[in-house]
Design a protein around this ligand. Structure first.
Ligand code: ARG
Length: 462
């Protein structure tokens, strides 16, 4: 039987060891320690500021808490299962360091508002770091785009060749997805950044605390207006998991394209040795493990979102121990998103090389210029639908004779329609096909050059 000293004198017996292990969160909530210390420092200062404890006691508490921080950073503070959770672990160590005054720290506070405060401080910090990682990946995409405005790549719909694109345009699509992720995290951060400290166990406190004071020390943007809501709200965590899931959606789409592009069938990119792995049996293999792992890890983040929604569903007010389950989901999601962002950034920065020869052949060897033939006729007054039908017929005959559109002679073109002239060849050349799509947001080189510049300005100015 473990000795159980945590609870009040009401308890006589000790907790069953298996139940102690089952109940404890110290194994994972130690992750919150820096935030727990920071939150406790603010709480101690507030207690002194309001005269609930003396200034001297406040100073002693703060010094003790900072000592624990140093001990932790030096690897000397390693609380075990007996501490139950990070909050008790800190309070116990504090009392060892500063003596009985340490027992005053928990005045006018509960672990319920404390853990809510810690989790918000943690997430706020992580959001900042994830946002800068998103920016880094955006910059890498932008650099790649800058050098590839005039590189062509087949564009697909239904994974069938559709129309050729500027490679930069394709890359900038991901820049835009990440831009939304960056913005979304910024918006969510506002709702993460609200202080529950001082909500107490559920109903507030009998002490004359100053919640605004501790909130401002912790740089919270606002405080919870209702104590019940303050201790039991995890909307901010769900919102974060939604945003994290969307980042993973975007990374997994990019990953899937990298995997396809690195295949022998596509052959659009080669993987550099720094970001590829071999097979234990097939000596010729070079595998795209990085994007595959990103694609695979996406599932666990979605799972955590679902798990958190189910955790919160129908949970009665206010705090319930169920809420302890929010942490591993959150921590794992944060770690997963962060390592995936890092890996994708490295992969795109130095782990792949586009193969211009293969790309040039790919865009020339198909019928992805068929729309341009129809557009050519439509520009000469042939109703588009009529032109579309005619080109369909041309493609069919070409396919039967294993020819491409560019292989037709001028008289063959003119037999199909008298409106065709010698300039049809230029109109269907891949570079012209791309250049011609000069509508706003389109793949035309002029548009893409402008888009690259705008993108750079947007990330510099925000
Ligand atoms: N370890 C707990 C958690 O993470 C701290 C709050 C405990 N509160 C309580 N009333 N048992 O949720």
């Amino acid at each position: 039987m473990t000795e159980q000293k945590t609870w009040s004198q009401r308890f006589e017996g000790a907790l069953h060891p298996a139940i102690a292990r089952f109940n404890a969160s110290i194994g994972f909530d130690i992750e919150l320690i820096e935030y727990d210390l920071t939150g406790s420092v603010a709480h101690a200062k507030m207690l002194a500021h309001t005269g609930i404890i003396s200034a001297e006691e406040g100073d002693q508490l703060v010094a003790g808490l900072e000592q624990i921080r140093s001990e932790y950073r030096e690897g000397k503070f390693n609380p075990g299962i007996e501490a139950e959770d990070v909050h008790f672990a800190v309070e116990r160590r504090l009392t060892e360091i500063v003596g009985d005054v340490g027992k005053k720290l928990h005045t006018a506070r509960s672990r319920n508002d404390q853990v809510g405060t810690d989790t918000r401080l943690y997430l706020r910090d992580q959001i900042d770091q994830i946002r800068s990682q998103v920016r880094e990946l955006q910059q890498v995409l932008l650099n790649l785009a800058q050098g590839n405005v005039e590189t062509l790549i087949p564009g697909y719909t239904h994974l069938q060749r559709a129309q050729p694109l500027s490679l930069a345009h394709h890359l900038l699509a991901y820049f835009e997805m990440l831009q939304r992720d960056w913005q979304r995290l910024g918006e969510i951060k506002e709702r993460v950044n609200i202080s529950p400290l001082g909500c107490g166990a559920l109903a507030g406190t009998t002490f004359p605390i100053d919640r605004h004071y501790s909130a401002s020390l912790l740089e919270f943007g606002d405080i919870y207006r209702n104590s019940l809501d303050g201790v039991s709200d995890r909307d901010f965590a769900i919102e974060f998991l939604c945003a994290a899931s969307l980042i993973m959606v975007h990374l997994s789409r990019l990953s899937e394209e990298m995997i396809l592009w690195a295949s022998q069938e596509f052959g659009f990119v080669t993987l550099k040795d720094s970001c590829a792995t071999g097979s234990s049996i097939m000596p010729q293999k070079k595998n795209p493990d990085v994007p595959e792992l990103v694609r695979g890890k996406t599932g666990r983040v979605f799972g955590h979102l679902q798990g958190m929604l189910v955790l919160m569903k129908a949970l009665p007010l206010a705090y319930n121990k169920d809420l302890q389950e929010d942490k591993e989901a959150l921590f794992d999601s944060v770690k997963t998103v962060r390592c995936c962002l890092e890996a994708m950034t490295i992969l795109l920065r130095e782990g792949i090389e586009f193969r211009p020869q293969r790309l040039a052949v790919a865009v020339a060897e198909d019928f992805s210029n068929a729309t341009d033939v129809a557009d050519y006729l439509a520009a000469k007054g042939v109703p588009f639908r009529e032109a579309y039908n005619l080109v369909g017929k041309v493609v069919k005959t070409c396919l039967a004779s294993e020819k491409l559109l560019k292989d037709l002679t001028l008289s063959e073109w003119q037999d199909l329609h008298p409106a065709f002239e010698a300039d049809i060849y230029e109109a269907i050349a891949p570079t012209q096909v791309v250049a011609a799509r000069n509508s706003y947001g389109g793949t035309g080189f002029e548009q893409v050059r402008q888009a690259v510049q705008d993108a750079q300005e947007r990330i510099m100015s925000e």
